[in-house]
Design a protein around this ligand. Structure first.
Ligand SMILES: [Zn+2]
Length: 215
């Protein structure tokens, strides 16, 4: 078999691209379109057989039907109206990640642990010399007032700036073989108090909600 021979998707028979293709355990491939029919957060596709992939696609179809018809949004956490993050169904003890076109539904019971991963960077000498809006944001983020509102979330230390914020949810056993959900809490990143407030507010609402369930 030639190294560059085009392969076919074992599910739909379509040609698989060289860049977007997923190898299964027995050497078969599935294409990007068929991968999209699987749950969003499934990990370890290379360990699955064709039949297991087919089962996951059926589960995803049932998930999407339930999300349309049965999932009752009792609480919703958004960064802003253009960036929805999480919907919670308190009746069923479930949640869904809204940034995905077709959200997977998870149970709060399936969460192993969760935290906010804050990325910070030491300010450069040039940055500390700035007397601009930039340093006002840095001062605001390290102020007591700001920290006291979000005691459970990590804070930026004095002399540092925030370069990214991620909400990490690690999952235990679940039918979708998902291991983790990592949400970018600064989808429109800019160094402004407005964006950082939105990120902290939304992350804190999600954090407090999961904390209620996990105790
Ligand atoms: Zn395919």
């Amino acid at each position: 078999m030639g190294l560059f021979q085009r392969k076919e998707c074992v599910l739909c028979g379509g040609k698989v691209g060289l860049l977007i293709r997923y190898k299964l355990v027995n050497g078969d491939y599935i294409c990007g379109d068929c991968r999209e029919k699987m749950p969003n957060y499934t990990k370890g596709i290379e360990d699955f057989t064709v039949d297991e992939v087919k089962d996951l696609i059926s589960l995803k179809e049932e998930n999407d039907r339930r999300f349309e018809n049965e999932f009752v949004t009792s609480r919703r956490f958004d960064f802003d109206n253009k960036h929805p993050m999480m919907a919670v169904d308190d009746e069923h003890g479930e949640f869904a990640i809204l940034k995905d076109k077709k959200p997977d539904i998870f149970k709060f019971d399936e969460i192993l642990n969760f935290y906010v991963d804050l990325h910070t960077k030491l300010l450069s000498t040039e940055e500390t010399k700035k007397t601009s809006a930039f340093m006002d944001v840095v001062k605001y983020m390290t102020s007591k007032d700001f920290g006291s509102r979000y005691p459970d979330l990590p804070r930026c230390g004095l002399g540092y700036k925030i370069t990214g914020m991620y909400f990490q949810i690690n999952l235990g056993k679940n039918p979708y073989h998902a291991e983790e959900i990592r949400l970018d809490m600064l989808p429109n990143w800019s160094n402004s108090t407005d964006q950082l407030e939105k990120a902290y507010r939304c992350a804190n609402d999600m954090y407090q909600c999961i904390k209620e369930y996990k105790g």
